[in-house]
Design a protein around this ligand. Sequence first.
Ligand code: ADP
Length: 154
Amino acid sequence: MQKTLVLIKPGAIQRELIGEVLKRFENKGFRICGLKMIHLTEDILRVHYAHLVERPFFARILRSMMATPVIALCLEGVEAVKVVRDMIGVTNGREAQAGTIRGDFSLSNQENMIHASDSVENAAIEIKRFFLDNEIFSYTKVNQNYINYSDELI
Ligand code: ADP
């Protein structure tokens, strides 16, 4: 099964929406295989957002992402990368579809609540960026048979 990496951003923490975000992923059926609070540094953000370092708003990204700790989350489920991206919505909260996390809780391009890996390849890299191997847990949920049939477990 696929794993993906989520960051619950400082804006969501300040707005007391950690539980709301976790609840959506739990309700969907994902298995939480890693969860921790960390304070991001400029060094890690320059790697994580390498594609944006030259953009004029990069200084704002740094300020925003280091304003408080973030919650790093590793989620596992069938097609987790795509499903989680669909659940968070497009980058700009004003354009994100209602029903998505950004669509329901953000009015901003920058302050958009959440990060999620955008490809299977990046998910593997990002999980390693934020978690040590022994911080990723493997266990079976007792309700797994009600989340997927065995022939869906890819
Ligand atoms: P996503 O987070 O949807 O994968 P990007 O990787 O393009 O999108 O951007 C990373 C983060 O940088 C966004 O989530 C947002 O917080 C911030 N960002 C992106 N584009 C802008 C912008 N034009 N103005 C301000 N902040 C932006």
